[in-house]
Design a binder for this molecule. Sequence first.
Ligand code: SF4
Ligand code: SF4
Length: 315
Amino acid sequence: MGKKEGISRRQFLKIAGVGAAGMGAVRLAMGVAQAGQMDVDNPKVWIETVIKDFIDYSPENTLKNKANDRAFETPLVGFSGGDDPLWEAYKEHVGPFHLTPQEIFALTFWNWGVRPEELTVISWILPQTAQTKADNRTKDFYPSERWARARIMGEEVNVKLRKHVVASLKAKGIQSVAPAISPQFSIRISPKYLFASTWSERHAAYASGLGTFGLCDGLITPVGKAMRTGSVVARIRISPTPRPYKDHREYCILCGDCVSRCPAEAVTEEGHDKLKCAKHLFPVTSNYVIRHFGFKGYGCGMCQTGVSCESKIPS
Ligand code: SF4
Ligand code: SF4
């Protein structure tokens, strides 16, 4: 075909009325609809792409404000084995009610024959945007509107991402479950931690090489502590992401920024007082959010913004 008879990719997209974002949406839809036809010789790369494309291209990644700001930046993704000894250690650490990947999988699919080594935990970090962090950095008691939206509308994005990952795996014939939105998820009383849940997204991220805990209990990741996190347990074997740390507090430099930023005196050298924190969130910030921003929500995040570990591993 001569040069004049052919059309470039750019011309094709123009004729078809599909821009770069549109192409992303096409790619995103293919992740689910045509997954069975896709090459998944490298499932690790495929899963990472499914997660990153959702956040980078889906219109669902929104704070639902007038500017239609995106809720999160491109995610980090990590993997850990269902047979990692950490899962049993969490039972001792958090409480016996904390589920292992095998338990959550067995309870979901009524398959008690599944072996831990057949499972992988897929974990992701959703970094807050520069604008959301900048807004909240200027606050010292109540959250900024973008931060409160990231807590509520951003978590809605996270829920949709969990469902998208499960649907994408299902299209490939792979069983999976998102523990945090499964019926098995519940809040329990923990002898050591006052209250805790049957699955912890931050502990899943820690196991998957994505970060270590800070003084205020937030997870310090390579993109910092201002983030949200999610995970899915899948019946697929993927090599675990190396954990570049030996201690659960390795990235925290004990600078004390989160101690001085906390408006509820909930962070001290001793750590995080969950009750004081919860009392600040409800009703102090929840009343403020409905009154000033007009939606039901809450949020604080002072300990995640304007601190040395906000956007990086501090040094
Ligand atoms: S602000 Fe400082 S003390 Fe608090 S978690 Fe971050 S590094 Fe640790
Ligand atoms: S979320 Fe707010 S109240 Fe809770 S520990 Fe962090 S700064 Fe303190």
